[in-house]
Design a protein around this ligand. Structure first.
Ligand SMILES: Nc1nc2c(ncn2[C@@H]2O[C@H](COP(=O)(O)OP(=O)(O)O)[C@@H](O)[C@H]2O)c(=O)[nH]1
Ligand SMILES: [Mg+2]
Length: 327
């Protein structure tokens, strides 16, 4: 069993030594632990510091590409390194690396494919009330979209089994955490939760500069999650509501204006126009739902192919036997 611990870093020379120091050297059930530092265009001595402390594997972005891409590239590199389990932590020493053995336990025991550390955000002293509120709200809506029960949707301390990692394809620029949670759940991987206590803050979060930015980004992520994974849950209710609201003035027009009782007199053309617009809107929404659903199905097929391509290019041992077994 090989464990690859990946640490995305953007200028983390000051805190990376603390992270590396607290990573366990030996874990029961694991034969080999390898570290992978993802240097996302750092302008400081992150790489030199990591090298001096014994890190051998680097994935280097010569310019900053953002955490989402760092995560995606890192995941592929870890798979290519032959990881059976992949752990993700941060370079700012926010997470307690000493808990990695507990984090990977559900995967080692075959109980889960994804383990997400729960920061228990409601108890973190330096989080403002507003931050806590939106954290809670965002997590609730995400769970609704994903059909999960994850208490901390954006936690950056996670473990993935190889099987789960092969199936994750986050596409958005900043929402890899929520996206991969949804993808793992939708692909039928059990998700386990590990409650943790975060380390004292070493610096401000650079990902979330303000609550409003966080809300804006989370809203886009969640709407996109619905469109991508449960389009009918979004478009069909909208279509039904528009249909009902549109029918009222239209029926009213038909009864009043087309009935023989009022052959002349005031007409209700406004009703006809408004009703027609709403019903056309309802039809468009319904059609969008159908198209989005077809695209969702296509994406599933594409992802299956992508998984096979990844397996063959990462030299997965099981691939040949699986292909023989499943013609
Ligand atoms: N903010 C940010 N972090 C990055 C980037 N690329 C890699 N990282 C690393 O991703 C981790 C998360 O960033 P951080 O600022 O701690 O945000 P947090 O998730 O809110 O704690 C850190 O280890 C960073 O060094 C990037 O483009 N922006
Ligand atoms: Mg952090």
């Amino acid at each position: 069993m090989k464990l690859v611990i990946m640490i995305p870093c953007l200028n983390e020379e000051a805190t990376l030594p603390l992270v590396l120091k607290t990573i366990p050297k030996k874990i029961k059930g694991i034969d080999k632990i390898e570290l992978l530092v993802i240097d996302d265009g750092s302008s400081d001595r992150t790489q030199a510091v990591a090298k001096a402390l014994g890190v051998k594997n680097f994935l280097i972005h010569t310019a900053n590409q953002g955490l989402s891409r760092s995560f995606r590239h890192g995941l592929n590199r870890a798979l290519a390194m032959g990881a059976d389990i992949i752990v993700l932590t941060e370079g700012d020493n926010q997470y307690p690396q000493e808990r990695i053995p507990d984090l990977i336990k559900p995967i080692l025991n075959g109980k889960a494919d994804v383990v997400i550390a729960d920061r228990q955000t409601q108890t973190i002293a330096h989080f403002t009330r507003r931050k806590k509120f939106f954290q809670k709200l965002g997590t609730k809506v995400l769970n609704l979209a994903a059909g999960t029960n994850v208490p901390d949707a954006i936690s950056g301390f996670r473990a993935y089994s190889r099987a789960a990692a092969l199936q994750l394809n986050p596409i958005a620029d900043y929402s890899w955490a929520t996206e991969t949670t949804i993808q793992a759940a939708r692909k039928g991987h059990a998700i386990a939760i590990l409650p943790i206590k975060t380390n004292p803050k070493t610096r401000e979060s650079r990902q979330f500069k303000s609550s409003w930015q966080h809300i804006r980004r989370s809203s886009v992520t969640i709407v996109r999650a619905f469109i991508m994974y449960r389009p009918y849950a979004l478009f069909f209710p909208v279509s039904a509501i528009l249909l009902v609201i549109g029918l009222v003035p239209l029926v009213n027009f038909l009864i009043i204006d087309l009935s023989a009782r009022h052959p002349v007199g005031p007409h209700h053309l406004q009703g006809l126009i408004i009703g027609s617009i709403l019903i056309v809107g309802s039809f468009i929404s319904f059609t969008l739902g159908v198209i989005a659903d077809l695209i969702r199905i296509n994406r599933m097929l594409l992802e299956d192919q992508l998984e096979l391509i990844k397996k063959s290019s990462f030299g997965d041992k099981q691939l040949r036997s699986r292909l023989v077994k499943e013609p």
